[in-house]
Write a protein that binds this ligand. Structure first.
Ligand code: ADP
Length: 190
């Protein structure tokens, strides 16, 4: 089987993290969460202001930083067998820069999986997540703002990949096992 290289695109709370962990273990590939990378940088950094504005609010981190983090991570040996991107690319310019990187390395995205979720369901899920995971960015005001950022900044990424017939939509409002079953089928077919 050729290496699996998957991009997850979906609004906050659509289950990218949960499903990403499952897919990574099922297909023995690396799960790269850019949100997690930023939270680690925040925790390691003495002056955490810069990173906490990204991990605790609704502001996106700069494209250059994200591309650098992803490129550095992809060069490590554990990514050679395949990877799943969770939270990247999140803007059109990240998607374009990512293509440049992949072309340069002779790699290709196998499939882009869009986790489709409705706004009401998401708000409910994120409020629950705020309680159980201690995520400071999951406040009601931030949630609304992050959904808007998703609509305005990230949705264009989907059109970009749709033009190349790379996108499969999956209903992310089903229960966790059904979403996972759909994702597995989609990856197995790609
Ligand atoms: P969620 O998908 O629930 O919004 P993440 O854990 O993926 O949360 O990301 C948390 C925050 O980190 C985002 O709200 C954003 O500010 C920042 N972030 C993560 N990935 C990127 C990215 N590719 N580009 C810019 N900012 C990012």
């Amino acid at each position: 089987m050729k290496p699996v290289r998957i991009v997850f695109v979906g609004p906050p709370g659509s289950g990218k993290g949960t499903q990403g962990a499952r897919v990574a273990s099922e297909f023995r590939i690396s799960h790269l969460s850019t949100g997690e990378m930023l939270r680690q940088l925040r925790d390691q950094s003495d002056d955490d202001c810069k990173f906490s504005s990204y991990t605790e609010g609704s502001i996106l981190a700069p494209d250059d930083l994200m591309i650098e983090l992803v490129a550095e991570r992809l060069s490590l040996p554990d990514c050679q067998a395949g990877w799943l991107m969770d939270g990247f690319p999140r803007t059109l310019s990240q998607a374009q820069a990512f293509d440049g990187y992949l072309n340069h390395h002779g790699d290709q995205i196998t499939r882009v999986i869009e986790l489709v979720a409705d706004a009401d369901g998401i708000v409910k899920r994120l409020i629950e997540r705020a309680k159980s995971e201690n995520r400071p960015d999951d406040t009601p005001k931030n949630i609304v703002e992050r959904l808007k950022v998703y609509r305005v900044r990230t949705k264009p990424v989907l059109s970009y990949y749709r033009d190349r017939d790379l996108v499969t939509q999956i209903d992310a409002m089903q229960d966790i096992d059904s979403v996972f079953a759909d994702i597995k089928k989609c990856i197995a077919r790609s």
